[in-house]
Design a protein around this ligand. Structure first.
Ligand code: NDP
Length: 255
């Protein structure tokens, strides 16, 4: 972690949940955080309280990752302000419960999930890589994937997050594609990792219309956003030649 002190990390969806905890860990470890979200004021609210000797600085910019224009605007601002970055954490994501085959009028929901979880990740990676490469320093792209990116869960009748699954399977594939693209470009300074948490107790479920993960899945135990942040921090402690390509995290009793 020490070797990333003073570097610049962009975290999408840093205004809540897992992204917020990753940002807090980075700041406490001396990494400067540029948080992107539709509610950037929330990032500044907690970030400006994390001040101390050796801590990183917090910056925030409004960005809606469903919009290519918004992503381009955000990275243009980042380049003007900081010139280069070193880390991208693709974390912004949403969940919607719907049936592709059967639900009426779910086209907008489908688009929103795909645009947030997949298009957003790909476009942010494209924009961020340009600035990571420009630094000529070591870099990291960390994709917050999900257990849902590796196997299909149909938790209960009527509760289907199948488009979510589709986007997360795409994150699994895209993470490996990006890793191999870097090998083909002989760029061994930048690593790509996909982190796949199981159920985490955040607002994700409430926003999908379910009171809690328990309400969504039945009696499934959840881990905390801090546990995912710890895994991200662990990645940054590994030597530059080590690439943990995929990391899966579950509650000890989750199937
Ligand atoms: P939260 O709902 O707590 O946080 C989601 C974050 O994403 C918020 O900061 C939100 O910010 C941001 N976001 C959502 N839509 C957009 C958008 N269009 N543009 C920019 N930012 C956006 O969810 P989690 O912390 O749980 O989820 C974070 C990631 O972790 C997601 O990718 C999710 O799929 C993944 N994950 C979550 C699990 C869980 O059980 N909770 C399990 C496995 C993976 P704002 O609203 O301000 O824009």
């Amino acid at each position: 972690m020490e070797k990333w002190r003073g570097k610049f990390a962009v975290i999408t969806g840093a205004s809540a949940g897992i992204g917020e905890e990753i940002a807090k860990d980075f700041l406490k470890n001396g990494i400067n955080v540029i948080g992107l979200a539709r509610r950037p004021e929330l990032i500044l609210q907690y970030g400006e309280k994390i001040v101390g000797e050796g801590y990183g600085k917090v910056y925030a910019h409004k960005c809606d990752v469903t919009s290519l224009e918004s992503i381009k605007d955000a990275f243009k601002w980042i380049e003007e302000q900081f010139e280069v970055i070193h880390i991208l954490v693709n974390n912004a994501g949403i969940l919607k419960s719907l049936k592709i085959l059967g639900d009426e009028d779910c086209g907008d929901k489908i688009n929103e999930v795909i645009q947030t979880n997949f298009n957003g990740l790909v476009h942010c990676s494209h924009e961020a890589y340009r600035l990571i490469k420009k630094s000529e320093d070591y870099g990291f792209i960390i994709n917050i994937n999900s257990n849902a990116g590796h196997r299909i869960f149909f938790p209960a009748p009527g509760l289907s997050h199948n488009v979510y699954h589709g986007t997360k399977f795409a994150v699994t594939a895209t993470s490996e594609i990006m890793r191999q693209e870097l090998i083909m470009q002989e760029n061994d300074k930048v690593r790509v990792t996909s982190i796949s948490p199981g159920v985490v107790n955040t607002e994700l479920f409430a926003k999908a219309g379910h009171a809690s993960p328990t309400n969504f899945y039945g009696n499934v135990p959840s881990i905390k956003a801090e546990d995912v942040a710890n895994a991200v921090s662990y990645l940054l402690t590994t030597p530059y030649y080590v690439n943990i390509t995929e990391l899966t995290i579950k509650h000890v009793s989750q199937k």
